[in-house]
Design a protein around this ligand. Sequence first.
Ligand code: BEZ
Length: 389
Amino acid sequence: MSIRIARTTLTALALASLAATAAAQGGDKIKVGLMLPFSGTYAALGVAIENGFKLYVQEQGGKLGGREIEYVKVDDESDPAKATDNVNKLIKRDNVDVIVGTVHSGVAMAMAKAAKESGTLLIIPNAGADAVTGPMCAPNIFRSSFSNWQPAYAMGVVAAKEGKKTAITLTWKYAAGDESVNGFKEGFEKNGGKVVKQLTLPFPNVEFQALLTEIAAAKPDAVYSFMAGGGAVKLVKDYAAAGLNKSIPLYGPGFLTDGTLDAQGDTAQGMLTTLHYADGLNTPKDNAFRAAYAQAFKLQPDVYSVQGYDAAQMLGAGLAATKGDFGKKAELSAAIQKAKIDSPRGAFTMSRAHNPVQDMYLRKVEGKENKVVGVAVKALADPARGCRM
Ligand code: BEZ
């Protein structure tokens, strides 16, 4: 080796060692890659998650694990076809320390694959894809939200308890819709109900008319639907405009009415949904969160803001244990896994597959609120089918 090459190598090593020391001592910023939808049907959900995440960081004085935070943002457009490129930009070009995202299950599965391959920490603040905490589960992948199975299963139990015997499902045709229907079916049929027809339309299509005509003719006891964001607004309004809400209750996981009530107005009144968050919980933690969120963003929080806030809490718990060092991967992962998260939804713990074990609330729309009626299923853990960890 020539003297010049040896000197260059030594300089590079010295710089790398200085950088590692600075990181360990909290000397440089943490790079958080926020990969969320900021356009399209799920845009409002992405904004709420970002707000929630940043609120928690602000409450910690702008630091987690003693280190300041720098954000790198990518609009994933809820487009699975662009997901691998988008996530690789964050991992390979921007060298982020952690990725927080996303909303859409199809996009999240591509992110989980890239995170698994690269070892980058991934915290999913919404997407419920069952596979992420099932066959794709990994030490560096966590979720602060729910699996698609969880609120859907709870709604199936509730629908049967409401005395409904037959149901038609109506959902977007992608992982979240399919898995939500499976969860509902499991809870409903175990308790004496029967799903008689499964209707779908492609994401993010909102031309519901022909499907609503089919439902009116079939006259089931109930309809179950997974829709969220702009699609949820349109479905609830179209369902009422067709007069179906008078005779056949429209049930769903709470995404059908969360963050959407201003736009749905009177058409959502009285609807029952199940979710891991509700209005009117009236706990000190939730009241403080809601007041702080409203003050910071001049908006009311919803389930998505809570999931963003809790994603930051989970990251904070991991980094507190490693004093801000991402290099201590096993320690970081163990600390998040063991943490009890003091969430506005109520405290929760992580399952062995890294998904929240949490109460599923039954909620009823009253005015502009998804008012808590009670707990539909207590401490519900996702079955984590296929997870070997
Ligand atoms: C999903 O794709 O997993 C999803 C999207 C919006 C709300 C809930 C779930």
